[in-house]
Design a protein around this ligand. Structure first.
Ligand code: SF4
Length: 244
């Protein structure tokens, strides 16, 4: 079984859209959004994957979600069939935290066979294991900073990040909202020995207006460091939300 998030209409969160962030921005992709996360970022843009009634963690939104209505467990074969029914052959496994369900994903990729390129979007706290690792084309790793509201011991796991870096297939995408955050990224990249040519800064923001306001500063920080910039295309195109 795979624990999935749901779309607004209650259907499993398996959908085709343009990738909105990271190194593959603009690529038509089939997304599978898994439910459940081992972290709890205050600004998380997918709180319906973990911010359930009864959790002791806080999120900046006022609304808590019902676990019973937000989480859907499907047979792996059912998920594979739904993925195959969509046209993009670039698969994006996202969450929540997909690396919390590695066995199920291993089975899914086995059923899908070699026709798909596979990207994983992860918070970088859980190291991927073989044989799953070998099947992933790109890891888009988004380690969390102090602006996420969590202690560093929870959100930065050096061994997992170094395992991801060692694959040679990982990009590190940092959500930044200030120069202080960029200095934090720089210190982490240096301390952990992460590859300088694989770093991406992305403005924090869930509306097009917020992103437009914050992007010029992030672009400047990218140029200063020699790092890439990522926008959030799906927010500009569709306003964010589920299924895009
Ligand atoms: S790691 Fe990602 S999915 Fe998990 S709480 Fe943070 S932003 Fe949300």
């Amino acid at each position: 079984m795979i624990r999935l998030a749901r779309l607004d209409d209650g259907a499993p969160a398996i959908f085709a859209t343009l990738q909105g962030e990271g190194p593959q921005t603009g690529r038509p992709s089939t997304f599978v959004r898994l439910s459940g996360c081992n972290l709890h970022c205050v600004w998380c843009d997918t709180p319906h994957t973990w911010y359930f009634e009864g959790t002791r963690f806080e999120h900046r939104s006022a609304r808590r979600f019902q676990r019973e209505t937000e989480v859907l467990a499907l047979e792996v074969a059912d998920v594979a069939e739904r993925v195959r029914a969509l046209s993009p052959r670039a698969l994006v496994l996202t969450g929540g935290e997909p690396m919390a369900q590695q066995r199920a994903l291993e089975e899914l990729l086995h059923l899908l066979g070699p026709d798909f390129t596979v990207d994983v979007e992860t918070n970088g706290t859980l190291a991927p294991k073989e044989p799953l690792t070998a099947r992933i084309d790109t890891f888009v790793v988004s380690p969390k900073l102090a602006n996420s509201g969590m202690a560093e011991s929870l959100r930065i796991k050096p061994a997992a990040l170094q395992t991801l870096a060692a694959t040679g297939r990982a990009w590190f995408k940092w959500v930044v909202d200030s120069e202080v955050a960029v200095d934090e990224v720089k210190a982490l990249v240096e301390r952990l020995g992460l590859p300088d040519d694989r770093q991406i800064l992305m403005p924090e923001g869930t509306t097009s207006a917020q992103l437009r306001e914050r992007s010029p500063a992030v672009a400047r920080w990218c140029l200063e460091r020699g790092w890439r910039f990522s926008d959030r295309l799906h927010v500009h195109l569709y306003g964010g939300g589920r299924g895009v």
